[in-house]
Design a protein around this ligand. Structure first.
Ligand SMILES: Cc1cc2nc3c(=O)[nH]c(=O)nc-3n(C[C@H](O)[C@H](O)[C@H](O)COP(=O)(O)OP(=O)(O)OC[C@H]3O[C@@H](n4cnc5c(N)ncnc54)[C@H](O)[C@@H]3O)c2cc1C
Length: 388
């Protein structure tokens, strides 16, 4: 390990690995530091992702694909099911292998990676971030860089140390809990989403197949709901009703920032990517693909800044992100706010109406359009995202 790098990436999740790889591919020197012992573990994720989201960055590989998804099933509070068929919509991943492979691609591009390396502060000189302070094997050390990319996930502190405003409203921080359970007899090619006050008020409940009859089962609810009844209580109630005897293989909990991206995600010497930048899709709560997109934009711009010898160039990252996904997330956020407050009756009548649409004509765009039929202002937004 050297004392000085062009770029240091903090955190080896999907956003960090893709940022590191995208920068290293341009020939600059990159160091990625990860606090945990293993890249990719522990996993705190439902592991669902679209096929396009994967293919933009890595060739799909059976090693880390647990299920291939071609259908969605939306379950209304009265238990009526609305099925939507897709071609090859996406995957349920084995993230501990997926994340590991992504880090390997970053390494193959020239990134140095060190695990069990906890970054506890930044080096800041004359208002510019110039490196990190870290602890490794009981020793405190420093390493310098021209740019630091913070990819330290939902609990990110690096951005705050750099002086960026990283707090979000607690109502937008979904509290999520999930188990992986065995003996769950569901369609192994379908993602199931449940809605309603009894399962996940202001959020949704999911069952995602993981192969071999096992599944990731969990929910995310807005911070405001979590204060009254915990996400875990909702999960326990659901399991007692539907799968009382299912063996539980893992249990995880975590926050999902279902908000807009932070107002500022770059400043002199620092860029934020993935959950650290709040780049999660606020409607679905999915952050793997969007984090990789944020990472790739940041990594490329950081490398260009080094190569052009113009570090101010990193400040163009905010705009580049907004053009690619940030503005779209604003629309998703408005749709989320329109939908999540629906009463159970509204969800039930929506399901009844949609079930009448022939299977081959059912699309997500049509479903959301139907859902928001009473909110004309949002219909145009839905059309922009799903139809146009
Ligand atoms: C219960 C749950 C279910 C979810 N389900 C889905 C889903 O189905 N699909 C989807 O797309 N998204 C899902 N998400 C969201 C998804 O997991 C995240 O959006 C995604 O992991 C973000 O990637 P990232 O690289 O930004 O952060 P992370 O994957 O969290 O990686 C951050 C890394 O930084 C490291 N780190 C943190 N601090 C430091 C430090 N100080 N020094 C060094 N290293 C540090 C961490 O150890 C970690 O490895 C879910 C989240 C939760 C909680």
């Amino acid at each position: 390990m050297k004392n000085d790098y062009d770029i240091i990436v903090v955190g080896a999740g999907p956003a960090g690995s893709i940022a590191a790889r995208s920068a290293a591919e341009k020939g600059v020197s990159v160091l990625m530091l990860e606090k945990d012992r293993d890249v990719g573990y522990p996993v705190r994720c439902g592991e669902a992702i679209s096929k396009a989201g994967v293919e933009e960055f890595i060739q799909p590989n059976e090693k880390w694909i647990c299920a291939k998804i071609s259908q969605f099933c939306f379950v209304a509070p009265d238990k009526s099911e609305v099925w939507i068929e897709f071609g090859d919509a996406g995957f349920v991943l084995e993230r501990k292998i997926f994340d590991y492979e992504l880090a390997q691609t970053a390494a193959a591009a020239g990134t140095e990676i060190i695990t069990r390396c906890y970054v506890y502060d930044l080096i800041i000189e004359n208002g510019k971030v110039c490196g990190v302070k870290y602890e490794s094997q009981g020793e405190k050390k420093e390493v310098r860089s021209k740019i630091v990319i913070a990819a330290d996930g939902v609990e990110s502190r690096v951005g705050r140390w750099a002086g960026l405003k990283t707090e979000i409203d607690f109502r937008e921080m979904e509290s999520a809990v999930q188990i992986t359970a065995a003996n769950i007899p569901i369609n192994q090619n379908a993602l199931y989403f449940y809605f309603g006050q009894n399962v996940a008020p202001n959020g949704y409940f999911w069952i995602f197949p993981k192969g071999n009859n096992s599944a990731n089962i969990g929910l995310g609810v807005s911070g405001i709901v979590g204060k009254k009844k915990s996400a875990l209580s909702f999960l326990n109630d659901f399991m007692n009703e539907h799968y009382p005897n299912a063996p539980i293989l893992t249990q995880i909990a975590g926050g999902v920032p279902c908000s807009l991206t932070l107002e500022k995600i770059s400043a002199p010497g620092i860029m934020l990517v993935g959950d650290a930048a709040r780049q999660v899709n606020p409607l679905s709560g999915g952050g793997i693909a969007s984090g990789m997109i944020g990472g790739s934009i940041a990594g490329k711009i950081a490398a260009e800044a080094i190569l052009k010898n113009n570090l101010d160039h990193i400040l163009s990252y905010d705009r580049a992100w907004n053009d690619r996904l940030g503005k779209r997330h604003e629309i998703f956020n408005r749709i989320k706010n329109g939908i999540y407050n629906f009463s159970d009756d509204t969800f039930n009548s929506l399901a009844k109406t949609f079930i009448k649409v022939p299977l081959e004509k059912r699309t997500l765009g049509r479903l959301f359009t139907q859902a928001l039929i009473n909110k004309p202002s949002l219909l145009v937004e839905v059309a922009k995202v799903f139809v146009i």
